[in-house]
Write a protein that binds this ligand. Structure first.
Ligand code: ATP
Ligand code: MG
Length: 418
């Protein structure tokens, strides 16, 4: 992509109405733009990152047997009344048609997926079943000042699992833990598996918590990795010695990037979702649900991976593999030219693209080297390549987040990038 043609440009100043690091950096870098409080538009750079995260999530859900669907965002009021949540779900947006029909604007999808599955399940032979979707959710959040960490509209992956027995559910719950660990590791995050309250229908649920000062949650955890609880339910206090000898438990701020939840038969009972078992008896389907806040995950990556110059994307989710910069040389008459460059930006751009490397080429005329470098740091692509009169027939390689530069051949650069 030629930067000169990219929709969405960098800005130098922090946006006045943002307080969170993620919203400031993502806005300044040209990734997102605010629509209204808690609602953001994704520009090409932002969408590229969002899609990379989405594809990692999709890949891990597919590996765990998930089948992707897309459920409706406008939802049937009668279903929300059946589960007694029409008036009890605080953050529910309600919309009315011109015929005065009311709908829920989906904050979650149990009310849609359970009746839908009911149309296809009758026997134990139809189970287990794992369905997931990646879709915008709507929640009337009381406060929205954490940028894309807490949106009124945000992208979520939600998977629902349907089982004949508690044992089968538990086995899948453990499988989902593996899938979740894989997702967060691939996204460059260290997410701590944390016990949280399960609400009315089970003792525990689990959250995946990432340590950062920007977090709205708090956990008490053991750095040895064997214990973590959300402070909302914690049975222990910080400072207590870990039972396994890893030292005192610590209290830290965190962001919840995902959670997994036993639903037992709460929703199956509400909708009469049953199956005929081997012995001929009719039983309630046992369910679990598993969420990942994809746009929140993007914001969390920014909160964790940044410095005073901008974002530092992990390679796996970076919008491009390389930010290529051509520095033209100064002529006697003050004008700039690329004529005396042995390797032109254009040539390097084409060579990299030929082998499938994704390149953001800063081809802007009349923009100083300093500005190009500052934008490159702000946008945070993992590798910077520079061609100039000084680099001769080589390219200058620099990793984002490091100071060291090296002159290497274009072949060597390609080898490192693929
Ligand atoms: P929270 O405790 O942060 O309010 P939640 O427990 O209500 O979230 P779920 O309903 O289980 O969240 O949603 C699954 C995931 O979706 C959460 O783990 C989180 O990563 C993400 N999420 C929830 N609410 C928001 C929001 N308002 N904006 C962005 N992501 C969200
Ligand atoms: Mg929560």
């Amino acid at each position: 992509m030629r930067y000169s043609q990219l929709f969405g440009k960098t800005i130098r100043q922090d946006p006045k109405d943002e307080v969170s690091v993620n919203a400031k950096l993502l806005t300044r870098g040209g990734f997102i733009r605010k629509e209204v409080a808690g609602v953001y538009n994704f520009l090409p750079l932002g969408l590229k990152v969002l899609n990379k995260i989405t594809n990692i999530v999709r890949d891990e859900m597919n590996k765990a047997g998930g089948q992707e669907i897309l459920l409706s965002a406008l939802q049937n009021k009668a279903s929300w009344e059946k589960t007694d949540r029409w008036n009890n779900f605080d953050a529910l947006f309600k919309v009315k048609s011109r015929q005065e029909t009311e709908y829920a604007l989906g904050p979650t999808h149990e009310e849609v997926v359970v009746p839908l599955v009911g149309q296809f399940i009758s026997s134990y032979k139809d189970l287990p079943l794992y369905l997931y979707q990646i879709q915008n959710k709507f929640r009337d959040e009381a406060r929205a000042k954490s940028g894309i960490l807490r949106g009124r509209e945000f992208l979520m992956k939600d998977l629902y699992s349907f089982h004949t027995t508690e044992e089968d559910f538990e086995k899948y719950y453990e499988r989902m833990k593996e899938a979740y660990s894989a997702v967060f590791t691939r996204c460059g995050l260290d997410a701590i598996l944390t016990e949280a309250s399960g609400g009315a229908f089970s003792k525990f649920s689990h959250e995946y918590q990432v340590i950062t000062e920007a977090g709205e949650d708090e956990i008490i955890y053991c750095a040895g990795g064997d214990f973590s609880q959300n402070t909302e339910i914690a049975e222990v206090a910080a400072g207590k010695e870990c039972d396994l000898g890893h030292g005192p438990l610590k209290k830290v701020k965190t962001i919840e990037v995902g959670n997994i939840f036993p639903l037992k038969t709460k929703f199956s009972d509400a909708f009469g979702l049953t199956f005929k078992d081997k012995d001929g008896s009719q039983k309630s389907v046992i369910m679990g649900c598993y969420g990942i806040g994809i746009s929140r995950l993007l914001g969390t990556i920014v909160e964790v991976h940044n410095d005073d110059k901008g974002i530092i994307w992990p390679k796996s989710v970076a919008p491009y593999d390389v930010n290529l910069i051509e520095l033209k040389s100064q002529m006697a008459n003050g004008k700039t030219t690329s004529q005396n460059l042995k390797l032109s930006g254009e040539l390097v751009y084409e060579k990299l693209r030929e082998v499938g490397i994704e390149v953001l080429w800063d081809d802007r005329e009349d923009v100083s080297a300093g500005e190009k470098f500052a934008d490159c740091d702000l946008i945070g692509i993992p590798v910077r390549l520079v061609v100039s009169a000084k680099t001769g027939d080589q390219v200058e390689w620099k990793n984002r987040g490091e100071e060291k530069t090296e002159l290497i051949s274009i072949e060597e650069a390609i080898k490192r990038l693929i």
